[in-house]
Design a protein. Structure first.
Length: 412
C-alpha cells in the first residue's frame, strides 16, 4: 500500500532528468501528460506518468482540474537581510538611478546598516517569513546569499541564519558568500576591502557552498572579480557572479573562463559573451523581475542566449532594493512577456536548470526522486504565466506530505 496517489491529473509536467543543464533547443523539450497519475510512498516518487489505476494508496487527491509539477527551484535570492527600502521609491520616481543611490551611500549600503544593527534572531524571523512565502508559492529548494554584512561578524551572522532556516524546515538550501557585494563606507580602498573578503573565505567555508561577487561599475572590476573567483576556487568554493547587470563589463566572459556554476543578471552582456555560452555549462541565471523593478527598457537577451545554445535558468533575485518580490510565479510571467520565452522553456528554467545553477538534485519527479510536488490550480502550464501576479499553488507537497494547502475560503 502506498501513502498517496494524485489521480486524474489534467496536465502533468515532467522535466527531463539530465546530468548537464538543458541548453539551446533542449530547453523547449518538456514532457506534458494530459491525464496523469503520480504515486508516492515513504516520501519518494513511486510512479509518475499516464493515468493508471494500478497503484493503491491510503490517500487519494483528485487533480482532474489541476496541473501537477515538481516543486520549483529558486536559484538566486538575498533572503537574509535587515530593514527595507521603500523610501527609495520616491528617489526612483525623481529619476535617481540604482547606482547613483548606491554611490550616495544608500541602496545596498542602507541594507548593510540595517543588517548590522539587526540581531541574529531578528534576521531569522524576517527571513523566515519571506522563506515561508516562497514555499507557499511552490518553491522547495532555495539559494540564499549573504552580502549585507561586509565584515566577518555580520557576514557570518547572515550565513548562520540561512543555515538555521534550512535546518528548521528541513529544506534543501544552498548558501552563498557574497562578501564583495559593495564597498563599505569606511573601507580604505576597494582593493583593501576585497582582500579582506578573500581572507574571510576559509572562515565562511563551513557555512557557504558558493562564493559570489558583484562585478559592476563603481563596485568591483573584472580584474578584481577574477582574483576573487580564483581565490575562492582554491578554497574549494564553486563560484558565481553578478555580471553585466547594468554595464557590459565582460562578466559573462569571465564567468565562462572561470567555469562558474552560474553567471547571473546578464542584461548588458556582449555578443561575444553570449556566443561563448555555446561551449560552456555555466548557467545564465536571468532575473527579469529585477529589470522590471529597476524600470529598465532593456531585458536580458534570453533568445540570443538560447540561439547560442546557452543554458538558462530564471530566478527572482528577491532582495530589498532591486527586486522586492518572493513570488517566483510572477517572475515566470515577466519572463514570458519580456524575455519572450515559451512556457516549456520557463518551466525547465525554474526546475531542472535552476537546480543545475545551484548544484542540487531537484526539479524532477521521476521514480525514486523526492516527492517534492506542487498541485497548481490551473488548467495547463501556460495558464500560470498568463494569469499573473497571484498564487496558483493549491497544494505544496514536501517529501510526500502536504505542507501547504491554499484553500479559498472566506469567513462569514
Ligand atoms: O542582485 N546587484 C546587486 N545585488 C542585488 C541587489 C541588492 C540590493 O539592492 O539590495 C541584485 O540585484
Ligand atoms: Fe542578486
Amino acid at each position: 500500500m502506498n501513502d498517496l496517489v494524485i489521480q486524474n491529473i489534467k496536465q502533468l509536467i515532467l522535466p527531463k532528468k539530465t546530468d548537464k543543464p538543458l541548453k539551446g533547443q533542449e530547453l523547449n523539450d518538456l514532457e506534458l501528460i494530459e491525464n496523469g497519475t503520480v504515486v508516492v510512498n515513504d516520501g519518494k516518487i513511486v510512479y509518475s506518468g499516464p493515468y493508471t489505476t494500478e497503484y493503491e494508496a491510503t490517500e487519494t487527491i483528485d487533480a482532474s482540474d489541476k496541473v501537477v509539477s515538481p516543486a520549483l527551484v529558486e536559484a538566486h535570492t538575498h533572503l537574509v537581510h535587515g530593514g527595507s527600502r521603500e523610501h527609495e521609491m520616491s528617489l526612483k520616481r525623481q529619476g535617481v538611478s540604482y547606482l547613483e543611490i548606491l554611490e550616495q551611500g544608500g541602496g545596498i549600503l542602507n541594507t548593510v546598516d540595517a543588517t548590522r544593527q539587526a540581531s541574529e534572531a531578528e534576521l531569522f524571523s524576517k527571513a523566515e517569513k519571506n522563506l515561508l512565502t516562497m514555499v507557499q508559492h511552490g518553491v522547495l529548494t532555495i539559494e540564499s546569499k549573504s552580502g549585507y554584512g561586509l565584515d566577518k561578524e555580520n557576514e557570518l551572522k547572515q550565513l548562520k541564519v540561512s543555515n538555521q532556516l534550512a535546518e528548521k524546515y528541513n529544506l534543501t538550501m544552498r548558501h552563498t558568500f557574497l562578501g564583495p557585494h559593495a564597498v563599505p563606507k569606511d573601507a580604505t580602498s576597494n582593493q583593501a576591502f576585497l582582500q579582506e573578503m578573500i581572507d574571510l573565505l576559509p572562515e565562511v567555508k563551513p557555512y557557504a557552498d558558493f562564493a559570489d561577487i558583484f562585478c559592476e561599475t563603481g563596485v568591483f572590476t573584472i580584474d578584481e572579480s577574477k582574483a576573487y573567483m580564483e581565490a575562492a576556487k582554491q578554497q574549494g568554493f564553486k563560484v558565481k557572479i553578478h555580471a553585466d547587470e547594468i554595464d557590459p563589463l565582460g562578466g559573462l566572459e569571465l564567468a565562462i573562463d572561470e567555469q562558474a556554476i552560474s553567471a547571473d543578471h546578464l542584461v548588458a552582456s556582449s555578443e561575444e559573451g553570449k556566443a561563448k555560452l555555446r561551449d560552456s555549462d555555466t548557467v545564465a541565471v536571468l532575473l527579469p523581475g529585477t529589470t522590471f523593478y529597476l524600470g529598465k527598457e532593456q531585458y536580458a537577451d534570453a533568445r540570443g542566449m538560447i540561439d547560442n545554445n546557452g543554458a538558462i535558468a530564471i530566478a527572482t533575485d528577491f532582495n530589498p532594493g532591486s527586486c522586492v518580490t518572493n513570488n517566483l510565479q510572477l517572475v515566470m510571467a515577466i519572463a514570458s512577456l519580456k524575455l519572450k520565452l515559451s512556457a516549456n522553456e520557463i518551466w525547465n528554467a525554474v526546475t531542472v536548470n535552476a537546480a543545475k545553477a545551484i548544484d542540487v538534485d531537484a526539479g524532477t519527479i521521476d521514480k525514486g526522486d523526492k516527492a517534492n510536488i506542487v498541485i497548481w490550480d490551473a488548467p495547463n502550464h501556460e495558464y500560470v504565466l498568463y494569469h499573473y501576479g497571484i498564487n496558483h499553488a493549491s497544494k505544496v507537497i514536501k517529501d510526500g506530505k502536504v505542507i501547504v494547502d491554499n484553500q479559498y475560503q472566506l469567513q462569514n
